[in-house]
Design a protein around this ligand. Sequence first.
Ligand code: V47
Ligand code: SF4
Length: 401
Amino acid sequence: MRGTEQLDVLLNDDTLGADHRRIAQKVAENQRIEFDEGVFLFEHGSLSYVGVLANYIREKKNGDNTYFNRNFHIEPTNLCVYDCKFCSYSRLIKQRGDADAWAFSMDEMLDIVWKYDEQPVTEVHIVGGVLPQYDLPFYLELFQKIKKHRPELHIKALTPVEYQYIFKKAKVSYEEGMKMIKEAGVDSLPGGGAEIFHPEIREQIAADKCNAEQWLRLHEIWHELGMRSNATMLYGHIEQFHHRVDHLERLRELQDKTGGFQTFIPLKFRNQDNQMSHVPESTTVEDLRNYAISRIYLDNFDHIKTYWPMIGRTTAQLALAFGVDDLDGTIDDTTKIYSMAGSEEQHPALTTQQLVDMIRRVGRRPIERDTLYNVLQDFTDVEFEEDKAYRGYIELPVVQN
Ligand code: V47
Ligand code: SF4
């Protein structure tokens, strides 16, 4: 059944409560929901109810298109001057000599890029810990060298967490710094470092790094330069529902102003080996509700992404029925952030065929995109040789919606 039919069924249900009906009507009439209605959805929206609304919006905005890209990551270091309580990946500078600590030189990072020379990747995602030796001149040189070597490779690099630190150290304003990184070759900013904006929570989990105002201001300046970026929210730990809605509200406000965000990526808190390991992880139902309510609330975002290395490929497939239209990319086992935090994906890597297959099996259209959502190839009718190596899910017949 299509999203419009599902919504009709919902609106014709006599048992639907008045508040649920009002919100469903708003969605049907393309109206924005308010803060209190967002909290209401988190408190009283069943999975099936928010799922119908989110799927309707997803299909209205993107049809069955489900985007992915071919990408790899560079994580320059896991040493970090900060000490976020949820982070399983970072090691303090004093742990520099530990076996599981690394800090790549410029040449080692460039070697990673060269390794992909013959491969059809379109994006490099660069993010890691914050270390004094990786200062503004270092990163400018890195970006310039990557661009010079492979100009068409999209550089999606660093978050306000790094930029706030390196601009301050270099004594340049945010405006000057952002212009410098643009000129050096950065094409877009990833969405990391946002965590939970509300100070009641941010001060408990990420007290010492950039605050909400700095995160939002740096993205705003970047957008004012005509550039695009992503946004995330780290959810499912000690925050309450109104903190999540506050987070979504701040993003929606900035998006109204600049229109520069491309996609929103909810990041599920994973609790292995960090200072918040006593906090239980959210359930799959809660993860799906969170995707759906994000889709409903962020009416001015074109895309909602599920990041499969963090949530696992099965839940990522499910999310495609709850407002999500993007799966991120092939990754090629180049990120450790989530494997170190306990994700089921210990060596995240998918071939193009595997991504396409995951999307087809839930009845959607696999579309390869570049980072800016230009369509590179529609894989709906592309046939592959059977990939015998891939057994990541239970074999099901391809679903026709
Ligand atoms: O900012 C760290 C998160 C983020 C944990 O823009 C954790 O396309 C859960 O932002 N449990 C970095 N989350 C990753 C990121 C990202 C990933 C994929 C795509 C894009 C994009 C951005 O990872 C950090 C933090 O919020 N994180 N530790 C953890 N234990
Ligand atoms: Fe450092 Fe980022 Fe980990 Fe925080 S989340 S400790 S800033 S690597």
